[in-house]
Design a protein around this ligand. Structure first.
Ligand SMILES: Cc1ncc(C[n+]2csc(CCOP(=O)(O)OP(=O)(O)O)c2C)c(N)n1
Ligand SMILES: [Mg+2]
Length: 547
């Protein structure tokens, strides 16, 4: 069928099952926008390309299939770079399509011309310019293959204006299932031997264990082996149920209560640990537990992570094979049950504290109360992330989305919008600091326009709190960290959202509950008392001896 480049591009995206594209137009992709108008694909217009890229990455993270975002050339495309890095470090499948001026003529000389393909190189798995419309079906197919296969990540394609307008006649290529290699029998056997020889084994679930397709196999592995588990921040919520075996989240690298369990273990089965994350524990030469690493690809060796054995291949197949081979022969110890209870007791301290401004433990506690088990909390980056990672318990996979890889500010609201678009029936809450929220607060308009039911909790300390805390920990003077805020209630209302301000700690639960019940977009500003950062994370944990 004869057609033109932009129509073929959109047909190729439909062929990949794309239902939604996040983006912001420019002159150079008007033809693509026109082709989208005539397609089944929904165009979700955003107010900043960075937000569109965070949304596409989150869609990829939650579905396992690439989320797609669209921008124009130069400035628009450069605004994708933070989202690209977010998806690259976070291993989220995403396809970015950016416009470009015609490549066969240059009637605007170098106006807005930037080497976007080159800019994307260090932060994507693949970046290419489309130089012929007939190449579109194969390039789109390959982009989706590369973005999806392990380790997933972002792919960039640049579509110049003249190629978008070019007549072409190339057939679409049917998507084929990606088959993942499976681990060798020898590797499985050595892992089984090590696990059976261990007296106090523990499971650790890392970022790559947190893929949507793994939920069943991993949950089953934990249930069948009955080995207690903990997770990294990005591994949080990778398994469903099994809450009696859950010991905690290693949000810090050492000295936290969970590290008591790690110290006592003689073997850790590290499933999908990705060293882009801050280390969940530090491996030292000759001390600490042995580590068996289970992953899609071999482990990156770091000063603080160097596994003793590896099982490389599809993680789901590996853990099922391990569970089959282990039967009920794994040693377990009551010591972990006692530790688990101690860890939980510590984490529930002050969870119902009445102080106002509200302390972080209480915020986490109250959020958990209003979120149903399958409700999704999307965090931006700030001090509260550590508190949520440590204290917020999940029993359903992918219900706490946080970024411990690029750890960028500004992704909280966009990721919540994407999560809500995908899960219209679930409660979705964005939790942002007053710094991170203001980096993409314009997307409140997008949420209102999309008529989403979404609640945004803005944690107010009028500061870049996390850095201010670090500054104090490092004994620097308090300088350069504080700012003023808009009146968040008036700000939300001006977007057609509903603004609320918490004036007493007891108001937090009822306000959040009412916001969810009423529907629409709500912003709830809550003043925070961050003195607990120093008291718990420095004084209390710092005084604990390790080893
Ligand atoms: C885009 C970006 N800029 C800067 C940082 C460094 N940084 C990490 S946390 C943080 C402070 C966040 O402030 P806020 O959102 O108000 O959260 P708070 O810690 O105050 O609760 C900063 C500046 C970052 N991670 N990302
Ligand atoms: Mg702040």
């Amino acid at each position: 069928m004869r057609t033109r480049g932009s129509d073929l591009l959109v047909a190729a995206l439909e062929n990949e099952g794309v239902q939604r594209i996040f983006g912001l137009p420019g002159e150079e992709n008007l033809a693509v926008v026109e082709s989208l108008r005539a397609s089944r694909i929904e165009l979700v217009l955003t107010r900043h390309e960075q937000a569109a890229s965070f949304m596409a990455a989150t869609q990829g993270r939650l579905t396992g299939s690439p989320g797609v975002c669209l921008s124009t050339l130069g400035p628009g495309a450069l605004n994708f770079t933070t989202g690209a890095a977010y998806a690259y470090l976070g291993a989220m499948p995403m396809v970015m399509i950016t416009g470009q001026k015609a490549i066969r003529s240059a009637r605007q000389a170098r106006f807005q011309l930037v080497d976007i393909v080159g800019s994307m190189r260090p932060i994507t798995k693949m970046t290419r310019q489309i130089v012929s419309a007939d190449a579109i079906p194969s390039m789109i197919r390959d982009a989706f293959r590369v973005a999806t296969e392990e380790r997933p990540g972002p792919v960039h394609l640049e579509l110049p204006e003249d190629i978008a307008a070019e007549d072409c006649n190339a057939p679409l290529i049917a998507p084929h299932p990606i088959s993942r290699p499976i681990a060798s029998l020898e590797a499985l056997k050595s892992a089984v031997d090590l696990i059976l020889a261990a007296r106090r084994p523990l499971i650790m679930i890392g970022a790559a264990g947190n893929r949507p397709r793994l939920v069943e196999a991993l949950s089953d592995f934990v249930r069948r082996t009955q080995i207690p588990f903990f997770n990294t921040q990005m591994g949080k919520g990778a398994v469903t149920g099994n809450s009696d075996l859950y010991l905690g989240t290693a949000a810090l690298s050492e000295r936290d209560y969970i590290h008591d369990a790690i110290e006592q273990a003689d073997l850790i089965i590290a499933i999908g640990h990705d060293t882009v994350e801050k280390p969940p524990f530090l491996m030292g030469a000759g001390r600490g537990p042995k580590v068996v690493y289970v992953g899609y690809v071999s482990a990156t060796v770091e000063q603080v992570f160097h596994p003793d054995a590896e099982v490389i291949g599809d993680i789901g197949t590996t853990v099922t094979a391990l569970a089959d081979a282990l039967h009920q022969r794994v040693n377990t110890t009551a010591a972990f049950t006692k530790l688990r209870d101690d860890i939980r007791a510590h984490l529930s301290e002050r969870a119902e504290d009445e102080r106002f401004p509200v302390i972080p433990q209480r915020i986490v506690h109250d959020v958990r109360k209003v979120m149903p088990e399958d409700g999704i909390v999307c965090l931006d980056n700030g001090m509260y992330k550590i508190w949520f990672a440590r204290n917020y318990r999940t029993t359903v996979a992918n219900t706490l989305l946080l970024d411990n890889a690029l750890a960028t500010m500004g992704a909280g609201l966009p990721s919540a919008i994407a999560a809500k678009c995908l899960n219209p029936e679930k409660r979705v809450l964005a939790v942002c600091g007053d710094g991170g929220f203001m980096m993409n607060s314009q997307e409140l308009e997008t949420a209102v326009r999309l008529k989403l039911d979404l609640v945004v909790l803005v944690i107010e300390d009028s500061a870049y709190g996390m850095i201010r805390w670090k500054q104090a920990v490092d004994h620097f003077a308090d300088f350069g960290m504080t700012f003023g805020n808009p009146d968040f209630v008036a700000y939300a209302n001006s977007y057609g959202a509903h603004g609320h301000r918490i004036a007493a700690t007891s108001e937090l639960i009822p306000t959040l509950e009412a916001a969810f019940k009423q529907g629409g977009v709500h912003l709830v500003a809550v003043p925070i008392d961050y003195s607990e950062n120093m008291r718990v994370l420095v004084d209390e944990l710092g005084n604990r001896s390790i080893g």
